[in-house]
Design a protein around this ligand. Structure first.
Ligand SMILES: O=P(O)(O)O[C@@H]1C[C@H](O)[C@@H](CO)O1
Ligand code: HPA
Length: 292
């Protein structure tokens, strides 16, 4: 009925990968972290690291994008066992959507309960500035509008239900925790919240597209995260996600600005330290508050 749709992404395939990883490390992560473009430094915050190159992990895709190292790092953050993807996969790399989201199911089978995702995104909200950090409260999954949803294909009830709810995709307590922690750390001036819009990429948006997405209610636009969130929620993990506003989407025909990946990586470098501190402090507090 769904030719090829589940080939290589079945429960058994995910279990093989998870069991292989569990056999190589004593760390049993309850928090899974995904690093966005230029934000891989988060993985370096982990102590007692056991790291794997994606190419050595059975059934794992390879990173092809500059700024995505392609390593899965196990370790602890202030004593809390974590696993961190230093590099994620995107639709535009040519992988089927089930493949780019496969790591979420492997996280689940490793024992992860809470997933924290970061990404680089273009700002659509005119109040946002480059360097702002947006707590994602919701998303517009544009590939899903045309049927490119990671849950397409036979449903395996061992992961989750056929028709999962997404109105509670982004955990509200974790959003509040991020706000609280951000304020305490003195990040209030650049901490925002908003709606993230996923496109397929790799071309950046035209002016008309950016204007349309803004009118539709998006505050930031990017090329990832939404599909991972859908799969993470399908299998019952709690989700928190952040966008670093690395550039302003061009919305004015008189503008000389041109979106480019170098600017994205540069802004990532400039904000990396604060982003890492925000996430690591949150992880510590999650433990303290029994969040995960
Ligand atoms: O992995 P993320 O979503 O952070 O990567 C963004 C989207 C594109 O891959 C790239 C564009 O510069 O950064
Ligand atoms: O402006 C953008 N558009 C889409 N994806 C992005 N990732 C970083 N910046 C952008």
């Amino acid at each position: 009925m769904y030719p090829e749709a589940n080939k290589g992404y079945t429960y058994e395939d995910c279990k093989t990968t998870a069991d292989w990883l569990l056999a190589q490390t004593y760390i049993r992560p309850t928090v899974g972290i995904v690093c966005g473009s230029g934000l891989g430094g988060l993985a370096d915050m982990l102590k007692d690291q056991v790291a794997f190159n994606y190419k050595d992990i059975p059934n794992f895709p390879q990173s092809t994008v500059h700024g995505h190292a392609g390593r899965l790092v196990f370790g602890t953050l202030k004593g809390r066992p974590c696993v961190c993807m230093q590099g994620r996969f995107h639709l535009y790399e040519g992988y089927p959507i089930q493949k780019i989201t496969l790591p979420m199911r492997i996280f689940k089978l490793l024992g992860v309960e809470t997933v924290i995702l970061t990404n680089a995104a273009g700002g659509l909200n005119q109040d946002f500035k480059v360097g702002d950090v947006m707590i994602i409260k919701d998303h517009l999954n544009i590939p899903g509008f045309t049927g490119n949803n990671p849950l397409t294909g036979p449903n395996d009830d061992r992961f989750g239900v056929r028709f999962p709810c997404m109105s509670d995709a982004y955990d509200r307590e974790l959003q509040q925790l991020a706000m609280d922690v951000g304020q305490e750390l003195g990040y209030g001036d650049f901490l925002r919240e908003g709606v993230y819009c996923v496109l397929g990429g790799p071309s950046f948006e035209t002016i008309a597209e950016s204007r349309m997405l803004h009118k539709l209610g998006a505050d930031a636009v990017g090329m990832s995260t939404g599909p991972e969130v859908i799969v993470a929620r399908h299998c019952g993990m709690r989700v928190f996600a952040l966008s670093l506003i690395t550039n302003q989407a061009v919305m004015d025909y008189d503008s000389e600005e041109k979106a480019n990946h170098e600017e994205v990586l540069q802004t990532g470098k400039e904000r990396a330290a604060q982003l890492e501190r925000l996430v690591t402090t949150m992880v510590t507090r999650m433990e303290h508050n029994n969040y995960a």
